[in-house]
Write a new protein. Sequence first.
Length: 139
Amino acid sequence: MINPVYSKSDTSKVNLTNEEWKKILPNEVYTIARTRGTERPWSSKYENFYDRGKYYCAACGNPLFISDTKFNSGCGWPSFFEAINKTALIYSADNSHGMKRTEVQCGRCKAHLGHLFDDGPPPTGLRYCINGVVLNFEK
């Protein structure tokens, strides 16, 4: 089925049930985006990928990051030091698995993307550790 909410320009919020998401997302995207899964480290096609362009939410098409903010963190997942804008992402506390982390979600559809850490490079000092499965890239 074609994803009817996927748009790189629509900024309206997307509120679907998990059953609705399950019908329109590929299994690997659904697992990470809707059930807070994690891809295996060093398995993302974007881990060592440095083409110039934009990264979008694979669930809804929301612009998330530009390639100029991507860096090699060595953590096993695509990493960025800054979001594309202030409304692109939502942040919440994640205390699962005995850790204190900040979860990063898509600002449009609330898809789980990854986590934010404060050990990144200048100028922000941030590291957005993002599952590549929930990213789409366009030059």
